[in-house]
Write a protein that binds this ligand. Structure first.
Ligand SMILES: CC(=O)SCCNC(=O)CCNC(=O)[C@H](O)C(C)(C)COP(=O)(O)OP(=O)(O)OC[C@H]1O[C@@H](n2cnc3c(N)ncnc32)[C@H](O)[C@@H]1OP(=O)(O)O
Ligand SMILES: O=CC(=O)O
Length: 630
């Protein structure tokens, strides 16, 4: 199969696009069409639900999981072959997450992120190819390059790691009162390496198939990571582990399963060698948890409650229902209405035995706090972070995600104190599939819905769009009103947390959220209906604050380049009657573009395509083909 690689990248990244990797990509090209079809099906289901105003439902027990010979009822009963949990995944108290590359940085600087991760003392680290990894220029390839250098213990990486270890110890001496790393070379072997491939909904920016169709990013990410690193990982006695994001249905899980089988077969690995965690980030997936487990069979090891994407997916799935209105984002914790019920289904699903009595893992969701700020601010936020982790541990999670290496030794003691490697097989009632269960998954409860909440949504959404344009798909952000206030910490924001903010604003504008509190500054009262005018007023005010902010919070150069583009995108997303399915689409088509007029044309093109043809634009609009690889 022919591949077309953009510009001269085959040459400049020949350490990533190795012959073996290109051969595997060529062999997997047939999956491209299958993925594109699955994504068209997704959009159609979404459009049909909106048109007919229908909710997501459970699958018919007698039906087969699409793409498999497994009956839904069998999956629910655990009548399928799952996986034994490998030794290096048995204890995953803390998994850190983060990108393995930085924007516009030489390798010696960019690879520092991998050193922080592998020296952090986290039980596992999910190196991100998706929501936290910037995609400007060639970042997805830099990410792959850095991981390969680190996993192969290249001297370039080891030199950086030695230096970073000293810096980390300086911080931990002052913050924790002790060194966090005693022997940096030994420490590098501690953390299980995990990679998150991009979801099925995204296209790679650098490779197309023979027809000129962009290759699905999932194929590219999984293939490059596995092919380039499987031997080194296995030689070190490590598992090959992926996180799979944003799966919506068991049928999509079956596509992933077949893709992984084909990849294993291509490079001579026994079927089921690659292990996967699945992020439960979609309302539809929560209706099909056992079915997804079954479809992934021997590859599947566990679920993660990917809470931020999840909130967005519920908002998106319920966009047609005028009564479904989320409150302030700060109120949507894991114990809030539909979130509580979602978490409960995940823990029940992983603790249902399969055919051989195997259970699966539940890794708790993301803790977005970072311990940087005033002493009082850090103390208060860390208390909350530890309390949140303690709650998840008690509810049955075998571990947690943190967004920064500084958080590892703050949250890990929650599990250290308990001491059990995991909570595999803890008793919970079996899943049921009643109307009441389905209703619980969209349960809204009364909670603050106010102007402070709206300002927070607007300000961070604009800053997030700006950071994305600068190549930082994750960034530490806070609302502009709190710039300079060290008692309020910056929180980790990434594609997921950025997107929910706009989704909630869309609900408030189009469904007329009723404010719960008076706001003297705008003169609105409890009972005021949120409107487009109110949104426009808040956006104008918050944008002005960002223009006036110091460079520490809003890069000066971004104020005339990526920030106005972020504003244009936020406005179109929030004000369009037709809700875009993914915020990232509008951001992606403007990657590497700093011109507002060009951006406006692209945004218009996207919206016209969506409204008129019911299609998304996901390809790299700046793709310049060179000679094909055959
Ligand atoms: C909802 C979800 O999908 S969650 C999963 C996806 N999200 C993520 O993975 C977010 C991960 N976190 C991050 O990317 C970062 O912590 C951020 C962007 C939030 C904050 O980063 P910064 O503002 O650079 O933090 P800070 O200045 O304290 O970082 C200090 C150093 O640690 C590095 N670092 C910080 N966090 C991480 C991380 N998670 N992984 C690797 N390195 C990190 C920074 O790059 C920086 O390196 P340097 O010394 O070479 O400059
Ligand atoms: O991807 C993770 C999430 O919390 O969303």
């Amino acid at each position: 199969m022919t591949l077309i690689i953009r510009d001269n990248l085959q040459e400049t990244y020949k350490d990533v696009y190795t012959d073996e990797a290109l051969a595997a990509l060529s062999a997997l090209v047939p999956f491209n069409q299958r993925i594109k079809t699955a994504m068209a099906d997704r959009l159609k289901r979404r459009a049909d639900r909106q048109k007919t105003k229908t909710r997501i439902t459970f699958l018919e027990p007698e039906s087969l999981i699409p793409g498999t010979a497994i009956a839904v009822q069998d999956a629910r009963d655990g009548q399928f072959e799952g996986s034994v949990i490998p030794a290096d995944l048995q204890r995953q108290w803390i998994q850190g997450t983060g990108p393995a590359a930085k924007p516009n940085a030489p390798v010696e600087n960019s690879i520092r992120n991998v050193a922080y991760a592998l020296l952090s003392g986290a039980d596992g680290w999910m190196f991100d190819g998706e929501d936290a990894l910037g995609q400007i220029t060639t970042m997805s390839l830099d990410n792959q390059r850095n991981l390969k250098l680190a996993i192969h213990k290249d001297p370039v990486f080891l030199k950086v790691a030695e230096q970073v270890a000293q810096e980390m110890n300086r911080w931990s001496n002052s913050f924790l009162g002790r060194e966090m790393i005693t022997d940096w070379e030994t420490q590098l072997n501690f953390t299980t390496k995990i990679f998150r491939a991009r979801g099925l909904h995204l296209d790679d920016r650098h490779i197309r198939d023979a027809d000129g169709t962009a290759l699905a990013a999932s194929i590219v990410d999984a293939t490059l990571y596995v092919v380039n690193n499987h031997q080194a990982l296995q030689k070190a006695g490590s598992s090959i582990v992926l996180y799979l994001p944003k799966i919506q249905t068991a049928g999509e899980a079956a596509v992933w399963n077949d893709l992984l089988d084909a990849l294993e077969s291509q490079i001579g690995l026994p079927a089921g060698t690659i292990k996967v965690y699945v992020l439960v980030e979609q309302l539809e997936a929560t209706h099909q948890l056992m079915e997804i487990r079954a479809a992934l069979g021997k590859h599947f090891v566990g679920y993660n409650t990917g809470r931020w994407d999840y909130i967005n997916s519920v908002s998106d799935a319920m966009a047609w229902d005028k009564t479904f209105i989320n409150p302030n984002i700060e109120a949507i914790t894991m114990t809030y209405g539909y979130m509580r019920n979602y978490e409960d289904r995940v823990r029940r699903a992983v603790n249902t035995p399969d055919l051989h009595g195997n259970f699966a893992l539940w890794q708790g969701g993301m803790e977005p706090n970072i311990p940087v700020g005033s002493e009082a601010g850090v103390a208060a936020s860390m208390e909350k972070a530890v309390a949140g982790a303690g709650r998840e541990q008690r509810e049955g999670a075998s571990g947690k995600w943190v967004a920064h290496w500084k958080m590892v030794h703050i949250v890990r003691p929650v599990w250290e104190k308990v001491g059990e490697a995991n909570q595999l097989g803890r008793e919970f009632p079996r899943l049921t599939y009643t109307q009441a269960d389905a209703d619980g998954l969209i349960l809204i409860e009364p909670a603050p819905t106010d102007i402070r909440g709206a300002r927070n949504l607007v300000s961070v959404a604009l800053q997030y769009g700006n950071a994305f344009g600068q190549g930082m798909q994750a960034a530490a952000l806070k609302p502009a009103d709190f710039f300079g206030n060290d008692d309020i910490l910056y929180l980790m924001e990434d594609m997921a947390t950025g997107e929910i903010r706009l989704s909630i604003l869309w609900e408030w504008v189009h469904k007329g959220a009723v404010l719960t509190d008076d706001d003297p500054e705008t003169g609105t009262k409890a009972g005021t209906v949120f409107s487009e005018e109110l949104y426009q007023k808040l956006v104008a005010e918050e944008y002005e604050k960002l223009l006036k902010a110091a460079s520490k919070d809003v890069y000066e150069s971004s104020k005339t380049t990526t920030l106005p583009i972020a504003l244009a995108i936020a406005n179109v997303y929030t004000l369009s009657a037709v809700k875009p399915p993914w915020f990232i689409d509008l951001l992606n088509i403007n990657l590497n573009n700093l011109d507002l007029d060009v951006a406006k044309k692209r945004i218009q093109l996207y919206m016209n395509t969506l409204v008129e043809d019911g299609k998304r634009i996901t390809e790299n609009l700046d793709f310049v083909a060179t000679s094909p690889y055959v």
